[in-house]
Ligand binder design. Structure first.
Ligand SMILES: NC(=O)C1=CN([C@@H]2O[C@H](COP(=O)(O)OP(=O)(O)OC[C@H]3O[C@@H](n4cnc5c(N)ncnc54)[C@H](O)[C@@H]3O)[C@@H](O)[C@H]2O)C=CC1
Ligand SMILES: O=C([O-])CC(=O)C(=O)O
Length: 320
């Protein structure tokens, strides 16, 4: 059993370490173009194995994709993060080329892999990986909703002075300011959130969640890694252990929610085949309008990707 994490930077290394500590595979490959970084970090992590009590063998690899052969799950975190003042969409030019190259390298040696994209701008990089991989859409998807949901739960837990583990929520839409938190689908151990918190406080929390990535970029000068790395590892766990957990995941839509030909955050069942099923919620008119607004934003960025002309195939259009 093998898992590969591409990108040994902040998010990739954090995700890899979570995977190793949970012993989700016998072998874990960490691949990056920076030789010292990937060899050093994988050695450093492996040297914690006797302290942390795990057996997962972590190996650092530079650009030799043959060393990733036979991976069951691959997490793609390679690419540049944003800096203060930038939007995620500003990363598209550089990151699209990186995602295309690494996806092709991965699929060549692991044609059965499930691919989890983390690189930003997330929804459109998932689309780019899907185009490059030429795999069925249940096998190529992106991580954002678990992270956005985790931020939402952390803020709610603080406001209500309760454990974040008692909060259950689903967020939909693109991984950007147009994301769609859904108060109607947010509960505290089954109790509707609206019974426990004032509307004005909830509104502020939703707004802070939408801008949660940017808040951290302003604080640190680069983007977050602990929560993103842990969230991606939680998806790996669901697949490797065939847990069939329900998570918001950036998935290809083919008619669900009245949307076609784009990748965007929706609730799915995640198991050994990747996306086992996209769950269609019974959204009301306001919620559906927010989701469609977010989908139009994603389509706009898809168009920028198409304009780069790095893929022969495309299905972007600015209408839904
Ligand atoms: N989906 C999400 O919710 C989140 C996405 N991100 C995104 O994840 C990406 C990575 O962020 P960080 O880890 O903080 O950046 P980082 O700069 O710390 O690490 C990125 C790594 O990618 C490597 N890399 C670049 N080109 C490569 C290639 N062709 N092959 C292999 N490795 C290559 C770099 O050498 C670097 O080590 C960014 O695009 C960031 O915006 C970050 C947080 C959350
Ligand atoms: O904000 C960023 O650039 C990184 C990211 O996607 C997040 O932390 O949500």
């Amino acid at each position: 059993m093998k898992i590969t994490v591409v990108g040994a930077g902040n998010v990739g290394a954090t995700c890899a370490y979570e995977i190793a500590r949970k012993e989700l595979a016998r072998d874990l490959v960490l691949l990056d173009v920076k030789e010292g970084l990937t060899l050093g970090k994988s050695l450093d992590m492996w040297q914690t194995s006797s302290v942390q009590g795990f057996n997962t063998r972590i190996t650092g690899v530079t650009t030799d994709f043959s060393k990733t052969a036979g991976s069951e799950v691959v997490v793609i975190t390679s690419g540049i993060p944003r800096r203060p003042g930038m939007s995620r969409d500003d990363l598209i030019d550089i990151n699209a080329r990186i995602v295309k190259d690494v996806t092709e390298g991965i699929v060549k040696y692991s044609p059965d892999a499930k691919i989890i994209v983390v690189t930003n701008p997330l929804d459109v990089m998932t689309y780019a990986a899907f185009l490059a991989a030429k795999l069925p859409s249940n096998k190529v998807f992106g991580m954002a909703g678990i992270l956005d949901g985790a931020r939402y739960k952390a803020f709610l837990a603080e406001a209500l002075h309760i454990s974040p583990q008692s909060i259950h929520a689903i967020l939909m839409g693109g991984h950007g300011d147009s994301m769609v938190p859904l108060p109607r689908y947010t509960t505290v151990s089954g109790i509707p959130i609206t019974e426990l918190i004032e509307d004005s406080v909830l509104e502020k929390i939703i707004e802070r969640t939408r801008k949660g990535g940017g808040e951290l970029v302003e604080l640190m000068g680069t983007s977050a890694w602990y929560a993103p790395g842990a969230a991606a590892a939680q998806m790996v766990e669901a697949i490797m252990l065939d847990q069939r957990r329900v998570f918001p995941v950036c998935a290809a839509l083919n008619g669900e929610y009245g949307l076609n030909d784009l990748h965007i955050g929706v609730p799915v069942i995640l198991g050994k085949n990747g996306i086992e099923k996209v769950i269609e919620l019974n959204l009301n008119d306001d919620e559906m309008a927010l989701l469609h607004k977010s989908a139009l934003e994603v389509k706009k960025i898809m168009k920028s990707l198409d304009n780069l002309n790095i893929f022969e195939e495309r299905y972007g259009s600015d209408t839904l």
